[in-house]
Ligand binder design. Structure first.
Ligand code: COA
Length: 154
């Protein structure tokens, strides 16, 4: 898929090194190489997308598809490339993928302090569902659970 000059495709194990650059740039507790490797090779529920601009990997998004429910595990765009609608395009693509797999709902957790990500999710139709107390182990921050009914999305 093309989004302006960006390409979105499925992640494979050869992408892990470049995904780790985005991961370490984006999260206080980045996932390890092993975590990504296990997701790609041992988890039949997991579907990971990467986004490339001019051949360079600039973002990724993971979704677990279990029966008719999709769960976003992570989404990140490298800080040098934020604010250009790449994250929005990547999440929309994940939503389309989930729909193709027959999912009716998509859900995710987001730090209560992460207003930027919450804005993106709200823009794409996600609604607040509840709070998971002390969900994040680094600072015991609460997670806001958000969800969207995929049937209502274009
Ligand atoms: C969240 C993230 C993926 C957004 O990606 P992005 O490509 O920068 O976002 P986009 O340019 O596609 O913006 C889409 C929408 O997100 C929101 N948004 C993006 N940047 C924002 C900012 N700086 N301030 C407020 N809202 C913002 C807006 O709603 C925006 O829509 P608009 O431009 O019409 O206002 C990116 O900021 C990121 O990687 N953050 C670090 C990792 C992270 O927090 N991931 C989410 C974990 S749950």
């Amino acid at each position: 898929m093309m989004v302006s000059e960006a390409v979105i495709r499925m992640m494979n194990t050869e992408d892990i090194e470049n995904v780790l650059v985005v991961e370490e740039n984006s999260f206080t507790v980045p996932w390890s190489r092993t975590a990504f490797y296990n997701e790609l090779t041992n988890n039949n529920f997991a579907h990971y997308l990467v986004m490339e601009v001019e051949g360079q990997l600039i973002g990724y998004c993971g979704v677990w598809i279990v029966m008719d429910e999709a769960h976003i595990t992570n989404i990140a765009i490298h800080s040098l490339h934020r604010g250009k609608k790449f994250g929005e395009a990547l999440l929309l693509h994940s939503m389309q993928l989930a729909k193709l797999y027959g999912c009716k709902k998509m859900t995710l957790e987001v730090r209560v302090s992460n207003q930027v990500a919450q804005n993106l999710y709200t823009k794409l139709g996600f609604m607040p569902g509840g709070i998971r107390k002390m969900y994040y182990t680094d600072n015991l921050e609460d997670a806001l659970v958000m969800w969207v009914n995929l049937d209502e999305q274009g």
